[in-house]
Design a binder for this molecule. Structure first.
Ligand code: ADQ
Length: 462
């Protein structure tokens, strides 16, 4: 197929959650793109099994093979789960990297657990590696993994992609021992970030805190290393998702919804319950919309689909309670016997059905307070009918806003601005909706998940 020598190198992907290898449609664009790459080159996908056992990272290796791809996973133990996963990853790094110093927890035990698990994962990966392998590590769970591999003598090309934002240096410097964390990153050969803004923050950090030098052409020097740093906005399987929206499961879901809507228009929100997603702000903006534009009462409703995540972390339980309270408040204030302004569903949808939910909605509210990219924005656009597309309302603080300028870009903190944008979305004539949609869709095809992975691997090939 590809004559290119680099393409024959085996690929080793490392991420906290792995797979699935089969029916990747269930898991979304990232799994589709990674499995494609792994199949093409042959390779290993290594990560956490999702199981917490006493043997932990000393557990036997769980293996599954599908054609040219090996899935290899290990367990973690209860202390790892508390300190590495629920601790440093989700209570320290996640909030700090999402600009939320106010709720970040700094604990030496979390930090030690994080280092320990990174070291153990590197040690378990080591025997699986071959000299020519290219290694691609994903996300904030594994900042130190590359440096650990180097310490163990690994000289392969190793890349790292950060799926979440990289904050301004002033913010990151509130994290104890932040320099150690960033020094570890410099052990990778290619560091990929979601947006130009994240890349700028990273370079600024290196300049301000590590005497770093921007050498131009994606090259930077810091901590005695010279590496590649570039922005790769992640995409989805655009055509595949559009296909879902035209398929039978999506049609079934639409019919069900349309029967319920009975001629009313639907706004949709789809997010994991997470404070970074700005769901309470969104509910308040919808309240403001019904307050300011009473002509829409009884004619429009918000369907918020929000499966719980990380419920072992207090901040996540708090937000769920807050949302239930807010939805109750808005509904109590405006509902009628035959109309509920906000329907709040806390469960996941199969992806094919979700495509139908998007297609049945005239407007999507994607209003995170901070988001690495936000794939829901892309899925909503991909699911639309090209002849009669809905409108995307998108937070300026989602990474997606950098490449989706034809959406209605809003400040999610400003309820009045969001309310006005909702109104203008409903007033928008068909030709304008189509023009915006066509431009967005074309860019989504160009920047789909396969092209994203290819662009990263091209730089990793060197
Ligand atoms: P997430 O924070 O999980 O990802 P996002 O990019 O929106 O955020 O992806 C969420 C995915 O979960 C989407 O594919 C969505 O369809 C799916 N999903 C959400 N609710 C669902 C439901 N009720 N039923 C079914 N599916 C549901 C992190 C970063 C993002 C970055 C991605 C990828 O936080 O900024 O875009 O990684 O890099």
């Amino acid at each position: 197929m590809m004559a290119d020598a680099a393409k024959t190198k085996r690929l080793v992907v490392v991420s906290n959650r792995v797979g699935p290898l089969k029916d990747t449609g269930k898991a979304g664009g990232l799994a589709v793109a990674l499995v494609d790459m792994l199949r093409e080159r042959g390779g290993v996908w290594f990560g956490w099994s999702g199981q917490v056992t006493d043997a932990g990272t000393f557990s036997e290796l769980h293996r599954e093979r599908s054609k040219t791809v090996d899935l290899a996973t290990i367990d973690i133990d209860p202390a790892d789960n508390a300190e590495f996963y629920a601790g440093y990853a989700n209570r320290t790094l996640w909030p700090v990297l999402h600009y939320r110093l106010d709720i970040a927890e700094f604990s030496p035990a979390f930090e030690a657990g994080y280092r320990r698990v990174n070291e153990r994962f590197a040690a378990r990966l080591l025997p699986l590696l071959r000299a020519e392998d290219q290694i691609w590590v994903h996300d904030y769970h594994f900042f130190h993994l590359g440096a650990e591999l180097r310490r163990m003598g690994v000289e392969n090309r190793i890349g790292f992609f950060l799926h979440i934002p990289f904050p301004p240096p002033d913010m990151l410097s509130a994290l104890p021992r932040h320099r150690d964390l960033v020094r570890s990153l410099l052990a990778y050969d290619v560091i990929g970030l979601q947006t130009d803004r994240d890349r700028r923050h990273f370079i600024d950090y290196l300049k301000e805190e590590a005497n770093g030098v921007d050498l131009g052409g994606h090259r930077v020097r810091a901590f005695d290393r010279e590496v590649t740093v570039a922005a790769f906005p992640i995409g989805i399987d655009t055509e595949g998702f559009h296909g879902f929206a035209e398929g039978p499961e999506a049609k079934r879901e639409r019919t069900r919804l349309e029967r319920h809507l009975n001629g009313r228009r639907q706004i949709v929100g789809v997010d994991r319950i997470d404070y970074s997603k700005g769901i309470p702000h969104r509910f308040r903006a919808v309240e403001r919309f019904f307050e300011e534009y009473p002509e829409h009462r009884g004619k429009v409703s918000l369907l918020q689909v929000a499966p719980p995540s990380r419920s072992e972390v207090d901040a996540y339980m708090d937000i769920r309670r807050e949302l239930e309270h807010l939805a109750g408040h808005v509904n109590g204030r405006f509902a009628d016997v035959d109309w509920t302004p906000i329907r709040f569903i806390t469960r996941g949808f199969p992806r094919r059905a979700l495509a139908g939910v998007y297609r049945a909605s005239r407007l999507a509210l994607v209003t995170p307070l901070r988001d690495g990219m936000n794939l829901v924005a892309k899925e909503y656009v991909a699911a639309q009918d090209h002849e009669d597309p809905g409108v995307l309302l998108l937070s300026r603080f989602a990474g997606a806003a950098e490449t989706m300028g034809e959406a209605l870009i809003v400040n999610p903190y400003a309820a009045d601005e969001v309310a006005l944008a909702i109104k203008s979305a409903f007033d928008m004539p068909l030709d304008e909706r189509r023009a915006r949609h066509d431009a967005l869709y074309a860019r989504l095809v160009e920047g789909d998940a396969r092209n994203w992975a290819n662009a990263f691997l091209r730089l990793l090939d060197g």
